[in-house]
Design a binder for this molecule. Structure first.
Ligand code: XMP
Length: 540
């Protein structure tokens, strides 16, 4: 079950990136890591993120990973994720009992716990009613090694139907909830721990404390990892990969390609050239900000002002998929032309993130698959070797690395923006300069007011849409016949699901008044209050 999205947006004050002290390059071979074995749970990525937030590097591997491979990695501990299956389903991924031979601490979460308990002789049964959402947890006795010292009664987040009725021999039951007689159990002598609830979601108030306890007190982790430590490691790796070769990087203006470029520049200096294809579909002043930032860093940048080319190709095109294709194809053409001019380039930088890596095959069991929007849209058959310095990082870690490398705050925190840009936000009609100017002006007002209200970082995306229809209005003594602007603002963790943001009325009123007063061709402002699913975030 999906926990409620945080739809009530509050101001940004506590959202700063705080790079923690990192470790030096000499220590990197000794980086301690925890492996999260993924049984297909919707929170598996989140478990890895939370462990990293506790200062321990964590990586997600499929639950079917051969035990020998895990042994080679010498992890400090294993965490077994939740999963959508019932342990009694024929296809249910089994608990790999050879993991016990590794003799390292292991924490099973939800399905991970049930599978472990069942394999070791405990009793797990399918209950009539499951537990979904906020649930009361009551500790037994002193709470044991894992939960000892925490409040005897607390709430936690549950999402399960199978229930552990009896822990296996040697285990101690540590807690119960209304429907789970054994909601947590442990066998400290064998390093085995299990919890039915999800410590990784914010709705389990003591979740981080429980994870920290497992990592620090039980697994003996030193908690020294931070996104900052990635910088030294990646610089060394990039230098080893690239040697004396020439590198090219396509900038989109977004945080991923910018941070990837900064890391590569740090590693190979002027051997990197960035290409920024300005298709004329960016937001107000965005192209200038990118150019300015990269000039400040002294990174060689080719700024291709290609608006005319793109708009000429888009003339008369109404169909959204055709628009996308035209923009994508033209982007590649421009990029290739520039790459050819540079000569002898052998490497291409890509801002692939860890979530992309996981989604394209990191997990065997995940029930949901993200449709791929390849930002920047470069084809696979370009004859370059790929340099992907962000492959192991989550988005928030990329932001922390960007902040550490001195990327301007505006770019560090830039909301995701689609590759085809404003081209897919003019819907039901042709994309032309007049409409782009209207949409850009409206969008700039929305962004300005959202930033002034300190809500920008709370929102996954906030933008305006221009439907190509006109309606009647009245302004002064005259009737108008003008475009509407739709405000779209969503909260989301990963764009796979999203909820419409409950923006304050006074903010909406300001935005609406300003858009209608300041932009002659707009006489109506509407608010999109649809979630994803069934709607999508973008309109086209
Ligand atoms: P939807 O609209 O599918 O969007 O809910 C999910 C996320 O993907 C972004 N998006 C795109 N990104 N090219 C891109 O590079 C596209 O054609 C495209 N369409 C959607 C969208 O902004 C959201 O973050």
């Amino acid at each position: 079950m999906t926990p409620p999205q945080n739809t009530t947006v509050t101001s940004d004050d506590e959202q700063g990136v705080e790079p923690v002290d990192g470790i030096s390059i000499d220590d990197l071979s000794a980086v301690e890591e925890v492996l999260v074995l993924d049984f297909g749970g919707q929170y598996s990525q989140l478990i890895a993120r939370r462990i990293r937030e506790c200062g321990v590097f964590a990586e997600l591997l499929p639950s079917t990973t051969p035990v020998e491979k895990i042994r080679e990695r010498a992890p400090k501990a294993l965490v077994l994720s939740g999963g959508p299956a019932s342990v009694y389903e024929p296809e249910a991924p089994p608990f790999p009992t050879q993991l016990l031979d590794l003799e390292i601490p292991m924490l099973g979460i939800c399905y991970g716990m049930q599978a472990m308990v069942l394999a070791l002789g405990g009793r797990v049964e399918s209950a009539e009613t499951g537990e979904f959402g906020r649930t009361d947890l009551v500790l037994r006795d002193d709470g044991g090694r894992l939960l000892g010292g925490l409040p005897p009664e607390q709430s936690c987040w549950m999402s399960h139907r199978d229930v552990v009725f009896e822990a296996p021999e040697g285990f101690t039951a540590l807690a119960s909830s209304p429907s789970s007689p054994v909601a947590a159990c442990e066998f400290p002598d064998r390093g085995l721990y299990g919890i039915q609830f999800h410590p990784e979601v914010v709705h389990t108030p003591y979740g981080t404390e429980i994870l920290t306890r497992f990592l620090r007190d039980i697994a003996g982790c030193e908690q020294q990892w931070s996104p900052k430590s990635v910088i030294a490691e990646q610089v060394e790796r990039i230098q080893a990969q690239v040697g004396d070769g020439k590198v090219i990087c396509g900038l989109s203006g977004g945080v991923d390609s910018s941070v990837a470029a900064l890391l590569v520049h740090k590693a190979v200096g002027e051997k990197l050239t960035c290409v920024f294809v300005d298709h004329g579909l960016m937001r107000l002043n965005e192209a200038e900000q990118v150019v300015e930032a990269f000039e400040q860093f002294g990174i060689p940048l080719i700024h291709v002002e290609a608006e005319e080319r793109f708009l000429a190709k888009l003339a008369g095109v109404d169909d959204p998929e055709t628009k996308r294709k035209i923009i994508g194809a033209e982007f590649i053409r421009v990029f290739e032309e520039e790459a050819e001019k540079l000569e002898d380039v052998s490497f291409l930088v890509q801002g692939t993130l860890y979530s992309d890596v996981i989604e394209s095959g990191g997990s065997d069991h995940a029930a949901t698959i993200k449709s791929h929007h390849n930002v920047g849209g470069l084809p696979d058959d370009l004859e370059f070797d790929l340099v992907e310095p962000l492959r192991m990082l989550f988005k928030d870690e990329v932001r922390a690395v960007g902040a550490e490398l001195g990327l301007p705050e505006r770019m560090v925190w830039r909301q995701p923006f689609p590759g085809p840009g404003l081209g897919i936000r003019i819907v039901g009609g042709e994309v032309n300069r007049e409409r782009l100017d209207i949409l850009r002006s409206a969008d700039a007002i929305l962004q300005e007011e959202i930033r002034a209200a300190e809500l920008y970082r709370q929102l996954w995306q906030s933008f305006c849409v221009l439907p190509v229809v006109r309606s009647v209005g009245v302004q002064g003594d005259g009737r108008t016949y003008a475009y509407p602007i739709v405000i779209r603002a969503v909260t989301s963790d990963d764009a796979m699901t999203a909820d419409w943001a409950r923006l304050p009325y006074d903010l909406l009123e300001r935005v609406s008044n300003r858009i209608i007063n300041e932009i002659r061709d707009v006489n109506r402002v509407a608010l999109d209050i649809s979630s994803k699913p069934p709607a999508t975030i973008e309109w086209e």
